[in-house]
Write a protein that binds this ligand. Sequence first.
Ligand code: DGL
Length: 271
Amino acid sequence: MGHADPRPIGVFDSGVGGLTVLRALRARLPDEPMVYLGDTARVPYGTKSAEVVTRYSLRNAAFLSGQDVKLLVVACNTASSVALPALRATLGIPVVGVIEPGARAAARVSRSGNVGVVGTPGTIASGAYQRALAAERPGARILVQACPLFVPLAEEGWVQGDVPRLVARAYLAPMRQAGIDTLVLGCTHYPLLRAVLAEELGPDVTLVDSADATADEVEELLSRGVVGRASAGAGGLRVFVTDLPERIPELSARFLGERVERAEHVDIQGS
Ligand code: DGL
């Protein structure tokens, strides 16, 4: 076991979606203090170029380093798919992304090796899931689909009924026909649409949410003493956003399962 380390775990995302990852982390590690940064002024990342997303990610990480975090969780699939090498080269602390844990979990649960991945256009275009799955499960047949309409549906709370069902049907039809047995929810927002996706794909398809797999990985780093644990009862949460925080109480209730009444606005420089 490593030494105790009271510093917080830093978590960032392009906006509120990463709160689904924070939720899994807080459930798994209730004694760890955490600092979350949502770059709500610049969301979405999923439709932006790898260069821009990497630049934004480095700046988010610099802000969290200033909060003296002991470990960084990149709770955004798009940022994880393009910016991890730059983040790891720059920061002197462990950096955990969401892609590899999700790919590992999918490779483990798939019986047939026919695996679908849904994500933002940026995540799918990067090929990061395709590479990670191929490495974890050589010979896997991987089908991918960018689903940009899922993000606004989740943010607006349109997660049930005909509208999300028809959108999901259109996006998922090729995978359904191809007989996938596992679908990776490769975007922070998609767990909110889990019920609709499960209904569309039927009971034979397992949905893999990389939030839980990522929380497992962080817990393992603490257990192995790569970073020290905080002491019992230390777990608090600070939430920062780069746009005005008006919608955070409502959005955090849905994405985090806890109502964050007071998110702090922070103006991080650079565009
Ligand atoms: N957080 C992003 C992701 O997981 C989704 C929202 C966005 O496009 O910024 O890819």
